[in-house]
Design a protein around this ligand. Structure first.
Ligand SMILES: [Zn+2]
Length: 246
């Protein structure tokens, strides 16, 4: 039995939209598709690690990680992440970049973010606080939203996924004005609420953001009297009942 195709719920077609291979499995996307191979080849991954056929992507990764050191594994993961994004750009935006551009982007990211890659043991032990993970109820819809402000522009993105992680809908936008980062998060939060309303989702909706300040404002929306707080209140009014988890 082979690996599942990636988009069983998304559309009828199972084949790879980029090369028309019979099934677009995760292994196919990351290793077997010609452009994925080209990216790995440019990245310098040994040919013997690229050519063998695997049923499951994780088996391939396991074999590769057995022969790569930590630094090479980190670089491989960054390369695969960029390769995956390149595939998604093709699926959702109809454009993809050439292999060398994808590789170059991964390399820049690797250099810029070297401080964050877990190549060496951290100087200080990691925060020992245990984070409790709460399982979400079955059938929920999760909304991820994020905003970024740079070069006098504000970009935002919203993605809705079902409980198996498949993308149901998504949106992105660009405002040609620079607004405060926190206001941008609230703006994006409003956009995600609009999307939930438009999708007419009848199940539990989980909003996810990495902006702790926004989470706190939503939690304390009845007592927060700042401008940002006032902006959150009408957003929150969309829901008859809601609870916020951080
Ligand atoms: Zn393909």
């Amino acid at each position: 039995m082979g690996e599942l195709v990636i988009r069983p719920n998304f559309e009828e077609k199972l084949e790879c939209p980029r090369c028309s291979a019979e099934k677009e499995t995760l292994f196919h996307v990351l290793e077997d598709c010609p452009i994925a191979r080209a990216i790995l080849f440019i990245g310098g991954l040994d040919n013997s690690l690229i050519t063998k056929d695997y049923h499951c992507c994780i088996d391939w990764l396991e074999d590769v990680i057995r022969v790569l050191n930590k630094r090479a594994t980190t670089n491989l993961m960054i390369t695969l992440w960029n390769s995956w994004n390149n595939r998604n750009n093709f699926i959702f935006r109809g454009k993809e970049e050439e292999a060398h551009v994808v590789w170059e982007r991964g390399r820049t990211l690797s250099k810029d973010f070297r401080i964050f890659s877990l190549i060496n043991d951290p100087l200080l032990p990691a925060n020992p606080a245990v984070k409790r993970w709460e399982k979400h109820p079955r059938g929920y819809v999760k909304i991820n939203f994020d905003a970024s402000v740079s070069n006098n522009r504000t970009g935002f993105g919203v993605i809705a996924r079902d409980d198996e992680g498949f993308v149901i809908d998504g949106g992105e936008g660009l405002k040609n004005e620079m607004i405060l980062a926190e206001l941008a998060e609230i703006y994006t939060f409003e956009e995600s609420i609009k999307m939930v309303c438009a999708l007419n989702i009848k199940t539990i909706v989980v909003f996810e953001t990495d902006n702790a300040s926004l989470v706190n404002r939503v939690k304390h929306h009845s007592t927060d009297v700042t401008i940002f707080g006032a902006r959150v209140v009408p957003s929150f009014g969309f829901f008859a009942s809601a609870s916020v988890a951080s």
